[in-house]
Design a protein around this ligand. Structure first.
Ligand code: ATP
Ligand code: MG
Length: 498
């Protein structure tokens, strides 16, 4: 087998930063090759160079032994036969699946689009990928997992020989992830080369053959996955050892006092949800994607309307209309799961983005004190190790995981004493995960109480004093920490067992 991709001395500069430094390594034809590294290491940037998103760079890229230099992603797909599947796949929602997959390259009959052939060709690919949707379906009806399948189908429509997946499973359910892995295995069997980026190391051991590790824009090493282990990978990524599993380092602080009580909360996606949160506790909410956890939390925070049920904060019932600014004033904060919907990211500096939910804290008399804002931002930059370490940097230019850390900092800066984290470590690297867990424990020490919604069982099991398992909009089971046994048991309740 030859080499599918060869990088030689790749250098990439953004204004003021040298993000890729002399990167050289190669990817074998037909292998699943992982690209690993901390947030900001340069993984996405390297893939963007490969796929023509960044046409300006130094160094050489070869595909199947031939030098290439793509000027845009389209050229990469059509001429280079190389496709990238984004985490948030771009689809035109009003068009059908078939139209999306063939967009710009529709089969023609004379000068008209041949829809019959389009749908037939596309359905063949979808069937081959074992997809449960059809070329004729409108794209708006697809789940995020199905949209990724659509993107892979598009890659196959263009006969791609190399496909990159950048954090593909971050917003997939367990089932969708399994389906994706099956497809990856199948593509591999058909001789397609896969480049795979993920912060979930267990996935690397499940599907990858070799792994290249990057650190601070530099190439560190390439390892055979079969001959390495989790600790070695982490050490190569971070340059030191990190406690990579979620765990509690400090004693339990759960008290009798109930800070939040929810009774029969009902709304779109959840039904008669009742629970209590105690002071000083970390209460985990586990469930599969779509179990109603996010919807429940958004209603508690007043981000969405509830249809029924009562909310008590520090013993006082919430009355009248309930919205987020009110919730924040009563001491509840919600850190939402999706950093992409945080529109402000395109606008401002890290300092502004961190300060925006806690502005009253930085007032000096009637005026805003920028020094205090800066000091607050600097604190979180240090504690969460945000890269580059520059609070004045524009947030939109940070890597995905570092943007996530900025959002966490924003909500941790508020005075809220009940904090709801929705998927706090999505897209965050192993070292930063550990930092976030430590910050949560610090918050408990300050007398705060925490709800963690997470789809990662090791995370909820490692962190929580208590776990509530939701399934299809209902609470199915509750476990105290001393009752946590196996993840299989938890998973069983999450899929509806009892
Ligand atoms: N448009 C840009 N302008 C300036 N700097 C940028 C730009 N895009 C990326 N960077 C910087 O390049 C570095 C590498 O970012 P990249 O997105 O490649 O990291 P990554 O390894 O994919 O991280 P993550 O795991 O968080 O996704 C980061 O320090 C980032 O701040
Ligand atoms: Mg990235």
């Amino acid at each position: 087998m030859g080499k599918a991709v060869e990088f030689t001395k790749i250098n990439k500069y953004f204004p003021g930063v040298h993000v890729l430094k002399d990167i050289s390594f190669s990817v074998e034809e037909g292998e699943v090759h992982a690209l690993l590294g901390e947030n900001g290491a340069g993984k996405s940037t390297l893939l963007n160079i490969l796929h023509g998103v960044y046409p300006e760079y130094e160094g050489e890229v070869k595909l199947h032994g031939k030098k290439v230099h793509f000027k845009d992603p389209n050229q990469a797909i059509v001429e280079g036969k190389i496709s990238k599947v984004h985490q948030e796949t771009l689809v035109v929602k009003d068009l059908t699946v078939g139209q999306n997959i063939t967009l710009g390259y529709e089969p023609l009959k004379g000068r008209l689009v041949d829809y019959g052939k389009m749908n037939k060709d596309v359905n063949e690919i979808l069937k081959d990928l074992d997809c449960n949707f059809k070329a004729e379906d409108i794209a708006a009806t697809l789940t995020s997992g199905q949209m990724q399948m659509l993107a892979i189908a598009r890659a196959l429509y263009h006969k791609s020989t190399i496909i990159s997946l950048d954090e593909p499973t971050a917003s997939l359910s367990q089932k969708e992830t399994e389906a994706l892995f099956k497809v990856v295995q199948k593509l591999k069997k058909d001789g397609v080369t896969i480049m795979y980026v993920s912060h979930r190391l267990e996935e690397i051991f499940q599907i990858c053959d070799r792994a290249t590790i990057m650190r601070d824009g530099e190439y560190i090493c390439t390892l055979d996955v079969g001959k390495t282990n989790r600790d070695e990978l982490i050490h190569a990524m971070v340059g030191r050892s990190v406690a990579a599993v979620a765990s509690r380092q400090k004693p339990c602080r759960k008290q009798d006092e109930v800070v939040l009580k929810v009774e029969n909360l009902t709304g779109k996606g959840y039904d008669h949800v009742s629970f209590e949160l105690h002071k000083g506790e970390i209460l985990g909410f586990f469930g599969l994607v779509g179990a109603g956890r996010t919807e429940t939390m958004r209603a508690i925070f007043g981000a969405d309307k509830r249809l029924g049920g009562k909310i008590y904060i520090h013993g006082k019932e919430v009355t009248g209309s309930w919205y987020s600014t009110k919730a924040l004033k009563s001491g509840i904060g919600l850190i939402p799961e999706d950093r992409k919907t945080q529109g402000f990211l395109t606008l401002s500096s890290n300092i502004d983005n961190i300060a925006i939910a806690s502005l009253e804290k930085y007032m000096k008399g009637a005026f805003m004190d920028p020094k205090q804002q800066r000091a607050n931002a600097e604190r979180y930059f240090k504690e969460m190790d945000i890269h580059p370490n520059d609070p004045d940097y524009l947030t939109k230019n940070l890597s995905g995981g570092n943007q996530q850390k900025v959002i966490l900092s924003r909500w941790m800066s508020t005075d809220a004493d009940i904090i709801i984290f929705d998927e706090p470590t999505k897209g965050v690297d192993v070292a930063a995960k550990a930092e976030i867990y430590r910050l949560m424990e610090d918050m408990l020490e300050e007398g705060k109480s925490i709800i963690v919604v997470s789809s990662e069982l090791p995370e909820v099991m490692g962190l929580s004093d208590r776990i509530i398992i939701m399934c299809e909009g209902h609470i199915n089971k509750e476990f105290n920490r001393d009752e946590f046994k196996s993840s299989d048991e938890m998973l069983d309740y999450a899929i509806g067992g009892n």
